[in-house]
Design a binder for this molecule. Sequence first.
Ligand code: ADP
Length: 322
Amino acid sequence: MARVFSGARPTGRQHLGNYLGAIQNYVKLQEEHDCFYCVVDIHALTTLEETRELQGNIHEMVLDWLAAGMDPHKSTMFVQSHVPEVMELYTLLSMVTPLGWLLRVPTFKEKARQQPENVNYGLVGYPVLMASDIVLYKGEMVPVGEDQLPHLELTREIVRRFNSIFGPTFPEPKALLTETPLVLGTDRQKMSKSLNNHVELAATLEETTERVKRMITDPDRPYRNQPGHPDNCNVYTLEHYFAPDHLERVYKECTTATLGCVENKTFLAAKINGALAPFRERRRELASNNGFVREVLGDGASRASDIARETLKEVKERMNLQ
Ligand code: ADP
């Protein structure tokens, strides 16, 4: 079975972007692959100023994962810092990673702009830590959203470089995108918790409706009586997933100005609430089972540790460190 690895920062409750861009693939892949899904808490430290909410965020995120169908009997779910071998590998891989590669990464430049007072060393090394995560488990496929592609490309470069210096050790991992690799938020920027433009999977009916109603639709349709351009509308994009049977109708009615944006958003919100009802019910049940998340993560860390120790031993031998 091919090995799958993916990590996500513990941002707390997950949003539609996380689900449509990554989690739906996590769930699909676990049927026929050996999947490792990691809560990357050390990565989260690159942008956090304080860590009071970290444990709560890990818990909320894993509840979402489980409620969405990630199955601890099929997938290994664990927390990055619970398998500390990754930190050792990170140091070793940093020796084969030119600084120039890291300074060119678009997300580094963006974060440096967003938090000029906190351009820390870990932020520059973010993609090396990501590479360490993936190769520690010899991941071959990495389900991610489109925003992660530059990071994954860098992982591939680090792997090639390591393999060429020390001999073939790691597979070159391939990214795996969903059909919705970039979900936009209410403001038409990438949906992201940090921009507060997101719709949480576990939101209430009212919160979901309120967020969807806030969505900026087709910018070239300033008036209700003008025809719209569904292909340039985030609401229509989301309807591909949440209302696939209505696409033709919405397209026709929107382009003939029969359907207004407000009405269409109300329709989408109802569809999202309908689709997420079973998820929300499962999440409530899981949340009432005290200790379950901790149990899942404990088992996961123990399985992940066995592989991590083996890989690290092999790496050290290759590098003549033992
Ligand atoms: P966030 O971007 O909210 O901080 P992460 O960076 O931890 O969340 O992302 C977790 C996973 O979800 C990654 O694979 C990422 O590519 C994916 N993802 C996050 N936001 C989106 C989005 N708006 N559209 C598609 N995929 C996304």
